[in-house]
Write a protein that binds this ligand. Structure first.
Ligand SMILES: Cc1cc2nc3c(=O)[nH]c(=O)nc-3n(C[C@H](O)[C@H](O)[C@H](O)COP(=O)(O)O)c2cc1C
Length: 194
């Protein structure tokens, strides 16, 4: 089993990455493979199609997903929003019914608003959301400061354990013949114009 972790910061080895590495280490201890995918500047410099194609192919081979973002002006980064808009539009089907979670990193404020925005990609795509204690955030301006946020780091480890548990439950369910639900009625899309 594999979990793909996305880093939506401009800083490859910054605070968001520090939190993602803590989750990845916990997942690895639980026997789950991980890969951290750095979104970087390609989401906003005209290369998003290539970036999303590469990420989408990786998504198809993964069983669970963590999306991490720094807080910019009380929102997720523009990079991760551009990336998730395109990724969920073009590759949402390969993530459907697989668990997802979001984490955010901030110096001080805007965390829960940013966390809410990221979680909505999962709920529109029939993805079970994995939770932790409190909400999935760390505080700091540097990796060192994030590592000093003992509660935040613990929240990341608990998230990793809960993700591992959910993946194992889904696998056990499949082995027992329980498959994801299939829509057995025509899809309805109304635009409130009649
Ligand atoms: C453009 C910009 C806007 C930011 N806005 C906020 C903010 O609204 N609230 C906050 O607490 N920190 C804010 N910060 C600080 C970052 O969220 C914080 O340092 C974060 O941990 C950085 O994560 P990273 O190292 O993964 O990029 C901002 C940083 C930048 C560069």
């Amino acid at each position: 089993m594999k979990v793909l972790l996305f880093n939506g910061s401009r800083r490859k080895s910054g605070c968001t990455n520090t939190a993602l590495e803590e989750i990845a280490a916990t997942l690895n201890k639980e026997g789950i493979e991980t890969e951290i995918f750095f979104i970087g500047i390609d989401a906003v410099n005209g290369n998003i199609n290539t970036l999303v194609k590469e990420a989408g192919e990786k998504c198809a081979g993964a069983d669970g997903y963590i999306f991490g973002s720094p807080v910019y002006y009380a929102s997720p980064s523009g990079e991760i929003l551009a990336f998730m808009d395109r990724l969920f539009w073009s590759h949402g089907s390969v993530m459907k019914h697989k668990p997802g979670a979001a984490i955010v990193s901030a110096r001080r404020g805007g965390t829960t608003a940013s966390f809410d925005v990221l979680n909505k990609y999962f709920t529109i795509n029939e993805m079970p959301i994995v939770s932790s204690r409190y909400w999935n955030m760390v505080h700091g301006n540097s990796p060192d400061e994030v590592r000093q946020d003992e509660e935040g780091m613990q929240v990341m480890r608990i998230l990793g354990k809960n993700m591992a548990w959910m993946l194992k439950c889904i696998e056990a369910g499949k082995a027992a013949g329980i498959e994801a639900p299939v829509l057995d009625e025509e899809r309805r899309m109304t635009n409130f114009i009649r």
